[in-house]
Design a protein around this ligand. Structure first.
Ligand code: FAD
Ligand code: UDP
Length: 373
């Protein structure tokens, strides 16, 4: 008999929800992670009394009341509402695209005026699509111009998108830009979801609670001891890269990586907002995060992080899956292998190769563990 029921590879939110629920059902779980800390990409760490989001800004949002209640059963959330600013050269705009943005850009004051302006500006996208004989936008550029017009595309989308993804907007899938709301109200809330907030005290606290009664081994890479790990448990829950699990046998999936540059500043307030996006291509980072503003901090100092996108190569952190047609087709081949596994469950943003937000990962993990138990 194996020592554990489940070996869970990855102490991120997927692995931790799985471990917590399986533990409640008296299953014996071992969680390993190659990093030296738990919580995966939602890891937060205190610097100067401020909870620093070590892997980029994380705002929890969902419209699923069950998921919201589930997360709140581990820790209380504050009332933070994400309202990033976009800086293009010396101009500042509100995000997501809403009446404040349209007013600042065009001087329009009513939804009717804003809609008329966008209609007029959609021409270019429509012409491009007509030329190709398509009716629905086929790439991010066409999608963006159809939604918000040419001016916003050129100032707030093109540069940011092309540095974030390292590809031309015409080569990127349309769905990426549909993540952002377009609104004809003066509402700067970045998300449309019913519930939103930041866990008071940081995200790591949630995962600590989830893993409270589970054995965790850090700085352990599954691939360094694969044969042993396969024997240690009846089943494996794998939340790392699915193509790596299969030794890249069909080829590498594409990911996008990031470099975070974090700095403590001897001032109380650097930018007056948690998130400021830098949308022009020439600025090498996409955003600056000022962490204290997620929790209304009043500390004497402040901590900021600049986020630099970069290409991914083996050994780098794979922060974003590149869910375009080519990669989704390659993933489908790995998925086929995965579906035949009797002892391995793949989950999370890397295991399922999907641009998931946290609430979606929690949902997927609860579904996976409920199916198991
Ligand atoms: P991860 O957190 O990546 O956990 C996987 C774990 O597995 C990692 O700790 C890794 O070290 C470990 N692992 C991998 N391979 C191995 C191995 N071979 N051996 C041992 N361990 C291994 N979502 C939101 O809802 N709101 C946001 O505002 C938001 N902002 C984001 C900003 C950025 C910059 C990024 C990158 C993501 C953001 N997300 C956001 C998405 C969110 O981070 C993910 O949905 C979620 O953290 C994924 O959880 P996971 O458990 O699937 O993966
Ligand atoms: N985006 C943009 N300008 C912005 C913010 C976002 O063009 O100021 C585009 C960009 O392509 C980005 C996508 O919208 O990749 C999704 O943005 P989101 O903030 O959801 O990205 P994430 O937080 O997941 O990195």
């Amino acid at each position: 008999m194996a020592k554990y029921d489940y070996l869970i590879v990855g102490a991120g939110i997927f692995g931790s929800v799985f471990a917590y629920e399986a533990g409640k059902a008296n299953k014996r779980c071992l969680v390993i992670d190659k990093r030296d800390h738990i919580a995966g990409n939602i890891y937060t760490k205190k610097i100067e009394g401020i909870n620093v989001h070590k892997y980029g800004a994380h705002i929890f949002h969902t419209s699923n009341k069950d998921i919201w209640d589930y997360m709140n059963s581990f820790v209380d959330f504050n009332r933070y509402t994400n309202s990033p600013l976009a800086r293009y050269k010396d101009e500042l705009y509100n995000l997501p695209f809403n009446m404040n943005t349209f007013h600042a850009l065009w001087g329009v004051r009513t939804p009717q005026e804003a809609k008329a302006k966008i209609e007029e500006q959609k021409e270019e996208a429509l012409k491009l699509m007509e030329k190709k004989g398509i009716r629905e936008p086929g790439n991010l550029k066409e999608q963006a111009i159809s939604l918000v017009g040419k001016d916003i595309y050129e100032k707030l989308i093109e540069g940011y998108t092309e540095k974030q993804w390292g590809k031309r907007a015409t080569e990127l899938p349309a769905f990426i830009i549909k993540r952002l709301p377009v609104r004809f109200t003066y509402d700067n809330n970045y998300f449309n979801d019913l519930y939103q907030g930041i866990p008071i005290g940081g995200y790591t606290g949630i995962v600590e609670k989830m893993l409270e009664n589970t054995e965790v081994r850090l700085s352990c890479d599954f691939f360094e001891n694969r044969e042993e790990y396969l024997k240690i448990a009846d089943k494996i829950v794998f939340t790392g890269m699915i193509d790596e699990f299969y030794d890249y046998r069909f080829g590498e999936l594409e990911y996008r990586s990031l470099r975070f540059e974090t700095e403590t500043l001897d001032m109380e307030n650097y930018q007056g907002n948690a998130v400021v996006n830098y949308t022009e291509y020439e600025v090498p980072y996409t955003r600056i995060i000022e962490h204290k503003h997620f929790e209304y901090g009043t500390q004497e100092k402040t901590v900021i992080t600049r986020e630099y996108p970069k290409s991914w190569k083996k050994g780098d952190e794979p922060y974003y899956p590149m869910n375009d047609e080519k990669n989704n087709a390659l993933f489908a081949k790995y998925r086929e292998l995965a579906d035949k596994e009797e002892r391995v469950i793949f989950g999370g943003r890397l295991g399922e190769y999907k641009y998931y937000d946290m609430h979606q990962v929690v949902e997927r993990a609860l579904k996976a563990v409920n199916e198991e138990l």
